[in-house]
Design a protein around this ligand. Structure first.
Ligand code: GLY
Length: 383
């Protein structure tokens, strides 16, 4: 078995390591011991993850002499609301915590976001350890300190930057993920290649199928490269005043698609990001920033991997361009009424663009939905 690897997110006194490798859940106690200040931890997880990973994780803490209590949340994005957040805070307080008590988020992006925000808020800030159990959380949401809950006005609108003390990414837990979840996480992996690493994207074109099929070495390499890219970006721009905005590639379109489909099973976050990144390339080509072949290359790869390639069939084909635009205009990154978009000059070369007018966006979205609908009808007619 390959030894665990360590990457550092260099943030001065708030620097921390990402440990990645196989069999790390069993090592969790030994990994936590040097970074926690109190030998009583609160584990926050959800009802999907608990039956799979809570017992071995808790056993590993016990072996290292770390006392622990677990709180099990309902699974799904709907848990990231004020009601569940308030209950989580009350439940953690009811355990009799102190300022040095660490909160351990054992789960995917939802658990990491809500437990992280509770850690940021309780007693004005508790230590946080992220133990991401999905590919999406391992390569994106567990690293970088973004924590949040959703509101009726949109996703992640109430939250805080709160860096963890440690991230433990056990590659073996990915074996328990449903294929759809794995693919959704793969979109965030591809994002790193698309925004600034053309050779990583080429590597994914070669190795993506093996990664999805279960090749642990390919999974570890993809998680390592993704985390290294994210660590470098976060170290350079923790609060997103510059380069970190590139990590939102595909997300403004993606959040609008998620909002329009009710933030649920119809469209997972990673699937929405996959579609959003293709729309970003299509718009870049339409505006003359990149060659249409770059957009076609991305769509070919996602089709080969099994990610969705058109928003048209989603929500039974009822999506309207104006609905998407309205959701995009509620984005956190709107400045003076202009949506902040991440566009691309080529695979591996993304940039921030605030020059696209609402009218241009509206006509682009209408054309994208119509084109998708036509190709769906052709495919159905031809079947
Ligand atoms: N997921 C985007 C970021 O962490 O900045």
């Amino acid at each position: 078995m390959k030894a665990a690897e360590r990457l550092t997110v260099a943030l001065g006194g708030r620097s921390y390591d990402i440990v990645l490798g196989r069999g790390l859940i069993a090592e969790a106690g030994a990994l936590l011991t040097p970074v926690i200040r109190c030998r009583r931890a609160v584990i926050v997880t959800d009802a999907h993850v608990a039956p799979l990973h809570l017992a071995p994780f808790a056993a590993a803490l016990s072996v290292a002499g770390i006392e622990h209590r677990a709180i099990v949340l309902p699974p799904g994005e709907a848990t990231k609301d004020f009601v569940h957040f308030a209950k989580l805070c009350e439940d953690i307080l009811a355990l009799g915590i102190e300022r040095a008590t660490p909160i351990v988020a054992l789960g995917g992006g939802v658990v990491g976001d809500i437990a992280g925000f509770a850690a940021a808020s309780l007693l004005r800030g508790l230590d946080l350890v992220q133990v991401p159990t999905t590919l999406l959380a391992q390569v994106d949401s567990s690293v970088g300190g973004k924590t949040a809950i959703d509101t009726s006005h949109g996703k992640n609108l109430v939250g805080a930057f709160h860096q963890p003390r440690l991230v433990i990414a056990d590659i073996d837990v990915l074996a328990t993920l449903p294929r759809r979840e794995l693919l959704a996480g793969y979109a965030e992996v591809a994002k790193y290649g698309l925004i600034r690493d053309r050779s990583f994207f080429a590597w994914l074109e070669e190795n993506g199928a093996a990664l999805i099929a279960g090749d642990a070495a390919a999974r570890q390499q993809a998680v390592r490269q993704s985390c290294a890219a994210k660590a470098a970006i976060v170290a350079a721009d923790e609060r997103e005043s510059g380069e970190r905005a590139l990590l939102n590639f595909g997300h403004t379109f993606g959040h609008a698609l998620e909002a329009a489909t009710g933030f649920g099973e119809k469209l997972l976050h990673g699937e929405a990001v996959a579609l959003g990144m293709q729309l970003a390339f299509d718009l870049s080509a339409r505006l003359g920033f990149c060659r249409p072949e770059a957009a076609a290359r991305l769509r070919r790869h996602f089709a080969a991997i099994g990610l969705p390639t058109s928003p048209a069939g989603i929500a039974g084909g009822t999506l309207a361009a104006q609905t998407l635009l309205t959701h995009m205009q509620k984005d956190k990154k709107v400045a003076q009424g202009r949506v902040t978009l991440i566009l691309a000059r080529d695979i591996g070369d993304a940039f921030v663009c605030r020059d696209v007018t609402p009218a241009t966006l509206a006509s682009f979205l209408a054309a994208a939905l119509e084109r998708g609908q036509n190709s769906l009808e052709t495919a159905r007619g031809g079947a």
